[in-house]
Design a protein around this ligand. Structure first.
Ligand SMILES: CC(C)(COP(=O)(O)OP(=O)(O)OC[C@H]1O[C@@H](n2cnc3c(N)ncnc32)[C@H](O)[C@@H]1OP(=O)(O)O)[C@@H](O)C(=O)NCCC(=O)NCCS
Length: 167
């Protein structure tokens, strides 16, 4: 049976569920280089920052709960980077590999372009992050760099894979 999902802009009230999804990935994955789990208030601060920069923050719902989220934020804050954004996509592990990442990234790219952004960068944690690398390849990102051993998490050194597409 096909999973019925909807995508909509995130609200401040969504951040408790968003924080729970992110907490799983901080604790168990290398997709993020954060090690301490940010609290709900911090996720609300991040939402406000993204929205204040005219960038999209989206959630996808399935079976009446938030199953994943994606947002774009500035790649760097120095002013000449103002047309370049960086995407982030996180899916609840119960909903992995059911097309939610595809659907969120598709809409995120559309909205960031519509808001005037010209380049999107993916900073992917770990060379072995096959899901994220595949997801971005399918949306036209190409690898533009690899920073070897710049992260240290779970007692091992981690690469950062840089992928980019124009909008
Ligand atoms: C990466 C992530 C967002 C993918 O989300 P998803 O909803 O499971 O992905 P989708 O079902 O839309 O699949 C996207 C593509 O990646 C592939 N894929 C997904 N997970 C995969 C995995 N673990 N290994 C290999 N390929 C994978 C899918 O097969 C699909 O490719 P296809 O269209 O050629 O079949 C999800 O695994 C996740 O939340 N990972 C942890 C956090 C992370 O690393 N986020 C990226 C930070 S930028």
């Amino acid at each position: 049976m096909t999973l019925r999902t909807t995508i909509r802009p995130a609200t401040v009230d969504d951040m408790a569920q968003v924080q729970a999804i992110y907490a799983h990935h901080v604790r168990n994955g290398t997709g993020t280089f954060e090690i301490e789990v940010p609290d709900v208030a911090e996720m609300q601060r991040r939402l406000a920052e993204v929205q204040g920069r005219n960038l999209p923050f989206l959630v996808t719902e399935a079976h009446g709960k938030i199953a994943g989220y994606a947002y774009a934020n500035l790649y760097r804050t120095r002013e000449a980077y103002r047309f370049t954004c960086e995407d982030s996509v996180y899916i609840d592990p119960a909903f992995h590999q059911q097309g939610l990442g595809h659907a969120l990234l598709d809409k995120l790219i559309y909205l960031a372009a519509a808001n005037g952004f010209k380049q999107m960068i993916a900073v992917i944690g770990g060379s072995g992050n096959a899901g994220s690398i595949r997801l971005h390849e399918k949306h036209g990102f190409v690898q533009v760099g690899l920073l070897p051993k710049v992260g240290f998490k779970f007692d091992r050194w981690l690469d950062s894979v840089l992928m980019q597409r124009s909008l």
